[in-house]
Ligand binder design. Sequence first.
Ligand SMILES: [Zn+2]
Length: 320
Amino acid sequence: MKPTIAIDLGGTNIKAGIVAGTEVLAAESIPANSREGLAPQLPRIAELIERLCARRQLKSTNCRGIGMAVPFLVDPIRQRIRSVPREKYGDACDIDLPAWARQRLGIDIKIENDAHAALLGEWRHGAGQGSDDFVMLTLGTGIGCSVLIRGRPLRGKHFQAGVLGGHLIANPEDGPACAACPASGCYEAESAAQSLAREAQAHPQFAKSALAGEKVIDFAAVFGHAARSDEVAVAVRDRCLRYWTALIISLVHAFDPDRIVIGGGVSEGAAARAMFPAMQDCVNKHAWIVEPIEIRAAALGNQAGVIGVTTLFTHKPQCI
Ligand SMILES: [Zn+2]
């Protein structure tokens, strides 16, 4: 079978790979420069694809096509971008990516929302196998969410159902403004990477914490210092854990899955995985459920999107 060119268009990096089945034959990442817009990145993406193909002695036309995971609301039937987050790729709704791919590289492109792409990857090849009703949460820089119901990704009238799960409101009283959505106090603003420095610095013991010596307060720093019992790191980590568990319970109540698959940077590493039993215990106690809900770590790591977009060439887009 011909390989697929897979692109994961992130807000910080653009990852590209040549993928056959679940094997990534060649891969490279470039800075996204997402604030400049998408149009200035297209020549760089084309060059990246040509570079990867050359490394495998392929032409782009030897591949099945380009599967691209994007951080946008996407109409998968018409292959159009419908809406973009704040301050990232602001011009993307005006760009006809299928026309670009055909003209510049002579091949088809299929685009999919990145959370749906990760869900499709885990469903076909990872921790979602055996379930047709699960929720995929990606916890890290942001909070990605995608919902599979009876074997179909939930999309809704405007293609935003499920994928805005991270932007459900957790704190309507005095929550911080979100970097991605128009709301304040959503789960992403409260408990994704953007919350860490704010919450650490607001802690009365911050000056004595090892986090005060970190250049960047990210999840690696918080989980690392929390594992060494740093008081502030433990407080920030446990606060995130409470929000994530509350979000999982809300998603269980809304979408009635039989499994929650958790991926993203925070699901990797022993210190991060140690939080899973606590989350499972809390969901068992506080969710209104008929049968047990299983919380599982994602199996494909940060390759879920890249592997997920290869399924766009083997399965027709479905909606519910
Ligand atoms: Zn938000």
